[in-house]
Ligand binder design. Structure first.
Ligand code: ADP
Ligand code: MG
Length: 386
């Protein structure tokens, strides 16, 4: 990047934090911006943070990034300026080297999501350089995530670099054997993930509601479990592809079931997958399966994880997820496993298990993480590596 002192740097960050009663309820995304923003400011740049916030239909107070300025200043530990799209050029002209400003919601322009050249030019007029630090928005070819990289000298930010590096270690150039855990509610939302993974990993561990569809394809009666019976043919195709690719698919052989979906239900029991009654549903994988999966991880060098193994929000159906997450965390701490996890509910489950900070890398990027697991090229990343 060279000498950037006095240069206006447009930094695309992810400031799309959850709010409750007008307060930021989780500042993880704000903290993730700190390495890039402080480094640029310390190098004397005028740091102009570009970000979207929510899904506005046009300018509105509800979706204004003005409400993030004070919480962001508190996290950054420095003053943060605000640049509105009215009078933006004059506001930027007043900033000094080392200053940090949040520029108003990029989605106040209809052209942002259309990657409209006029909007790209409008954004570009404020800066001399472009840094993309928002991996979580990189699956979208928008003006601020992709278009700007074509019109200004473009660089990856520190968080973006860390994320790409971790993902490369997990699936790009991983140490084998590699295990993938894919769980969650439905097969239909993760078909492309499963198809891509069978070619990449040595062990594919299927849990959660999606395991039920695979069990049904194997002729197991899953009772009234969440199950996509119309996708058993697709499950068969994935079994065949895995066999051809020498990938072992792991399905549970014992499960935790109950007649009603409630916390600690009276009908709770653990059984073999072949003993699920017609009026029961599978809500977690069982202890024997969990122990077998722990042994798989002990023999692996790399783990990539998306999706909980059970309905983890409702006790005790978080048991398998918490246990396997703790095994993965311990193996990571011992240095025998590189562990990368992502997905909204997955991150929540790892936090519930208290082990998120022991994983090698936990991605907070929902959609972008899944598209990366599908093997797709992310437009925001591709534009940087031109
Ligand atoms: P992520 O957000 O990490 O990508 P998903 O959204 O795909 O994960 O899946 C998470 C959801 O899957 C959770 O709400 C969880 O309750 C649900 N789930 C997991 N196992 C089961 C199951 N056996 N039956 C019903 N729902 C399940
Ligand atoms: Mg989810």
């Amino acid at each position: 990047m060279g000498d950037i002192s006095g240069k206006r740097v447009l930094v695309r960050e992810d400031l799309n934090v959850p709010m409750a009663d007008g307060q930021v309820s989780d500042d993880t995304r704000l903290r993730a911006t700190l390495p890039t923003v402080t480094e640029l400011a310390d190098r004397g740049a005028i740091v102009l943070i570009l970000a979207h916030f929510g899904r506005p239909k046009g300018p509105s107070a509800e979706f204004s990034l003005h409400q993030i300025v004070a919480p962001y200043a508190a996290v950054l530990g420095r003053p943060v300026h605000y640049v509105d799209w009215e009078g933006d050029a004059a506001a930027v002209a007043k900033l000094q080297p080392g200053d940090v400003a949040i520029v108003e919601n990029t989605r106040f322009f209809g052209g942002e999501e259309k990657n409209d050249p006029a909007t790209v030019a409008r954004f570009a007029s404020l800066g001399d350089l472009y840094v993309n630090d928002a991996f979580s928005a990189a699956h979208r070819a928008h003006a601020s995530t992709e278009g700007l990289a074509h019109v200004l000298p473009a660089f990856a930010g520190r968080e973006m670099e860390a994320e790409l590096d971790a993902l490369d270690k997990a699936l790009g150039n991983p140490e084998h054997p590699v295990a993938a855990v894919v769980g969650g509610a439905k097969v239909s939302t993760k078909l492309d993930v499963l198809k891509h993974l069978v070619d990449k990993v040595d062990h594919l561990i299927i849990g959660g509601g999606m395991a039920n569809t695979f069990l049904a394809a194997r002729g197991v009666n899953v009772g009234k479990s969440l199950c996509e019976h119309d996708l058993t043919g697709t499950a068969d195709e994935i079994f065949a592809a895995a066999e051809a690719a020498n990938c072992t698919i792991h399905l549970p052989y014992d499960v935790v079931v109950s007649k009603e979906f409630a916390a600690n239900p009276p009908s709770l029991r653990t059984c073999n997958v072949h003993e699920v009654a017609a009026d029961e549903m599978i809500l977690d994988i069982g202890p024997a399966a969990t122990e077998a999966l722990a042994d798989v991880l002990k023999n692996c060098r790399t783990l990539v994880w998306n999706g909980p193994l059970g309905a983890f929000e409702t006790p005790p159906f978080d048991t398998a997820t918490v246990a396997l997450a703790r095994t993965a965390a311990a193996l990571t701490s011992e240095g025998s496993l590189v562990s990368v996890a992502g997905g909204g509910d997955t991150v929540a489950a790892l936090n519930q298990a208290g082990v998120a900070d022991q994983f090698t890398f936990v991605s907070t990027a929902g959609g972008a993480f899944l598209e990366w697991m599908e093997g797709k090229e992310l437009p925001g990343v591709a534009a940087l590596s031109r």
